[in-house]
Design a protein around this ligand. Structure first.
Ligand SMILES: [Zn+2]
Length: 238
């Protein structure tokens, strides 16, 4: 039975890949960044070199056993690639799921080790958190993380400096959907995404794969992008 299940899963995967036609959102191109200490995201830094209507999908706070698989399915169903900023402790606890994210063609960076308010910690503590999250990433993926997103987008001078020295890209955002309220419905998230897109026109979208309502809403959110004619750009690093 186990063999049969594996064969069926393999066939399902093939069917999905073959189905990436014009009716899907798809991934329009890959933007490959150098491993250097640059910082992107118009919220706090320079915008990525994107055309109007181009968006980068990013997901924070995972991997989550409860919600990340649904996010992966929604992305796969629409042939869309994203970047996941993972919490170091979650990588340690869900290493296989973290590896699955990357195996499915997505890119991954880190989002601290324990998601603390870094600004309330000493520089030494901040550097220790960075060290632990980098080690978790390296253990899981065999390479250094190419990118970092600050928890709560709260940047600190000590870590900005350390990331630059380590040639790790700082990934801020251009727009979000405020998806950290557990009561949010799919309709609310879709409305917020529409409003944010109308305002920003392009850029890095922040979402949370660890958040149940986001995972549930993602098929609808991706359809919003498709219906409005947005193009997904996949971020990778050299
Ligand atoms: Zn976060």
């Amino acid at each position: 039975m186990k063999v049969l299940a594996l064969i069926l899963a393999a066939l399902a995967g093939t069917a999905t890949a073959a189905d990436c036609g014009p009716d899907k959102l798809n991934t329009s191109r890959t933007l490959t960044l150098k491993r250097e200490g640059a910082a992107y995201g118009a919220n706090q830094h320079a915008a990525l070199p994107l055309a109007k209507g181009e968006v980068v999908l990013t997901f924070d706070d995972g991997p989550s056993l409860e919600n990340t698989p649904a996010v992966l399915k929604a992305l796969s169903d629409q042939c869309a690639k994203a970047t996941f900023f993972m919490i170091g402790q979650n990588i340690v606890q869900q290493t296989e799921l973290a590896r699955r994210v990357v195996r499915e063609g997505h890119s991954a960076g880190i989002h601290s080790d324990t998601h603390p308010h870094l600004a309330s910690m000493t520089a030494e503590q901040q550097l220790e958190d960075l060290k632990r999250s980098r080690a978790a990433y390296k253990t899981a993926f065999g390479v250094e993380t190419p990118a970092y997103r600050f928890p709560f987008l709260e940047e600190t001078p000590a870590l900005l400096d350390a990331l630059k020295q380590a040639n790790i890209t700082v990934a801020s955002i251009d727009l979000g959907i405020g998806d950290w309220v557990p009561e949010d419905t799919t309709a609310i998230l879709a409305q917020r995404l529409t409003e944010s897109l109308d305002k920003a026109g392009s850029g890095i979208i922040l979402m949370h794969d660890a958040n149940g309502p986001t995972a549930k809403a993602l098929p609808t959110l991706l359809q919003v992008l498709k219906d409005k004619g947005y193009k997904v750009v996949h971020l990778e690093w050299q």
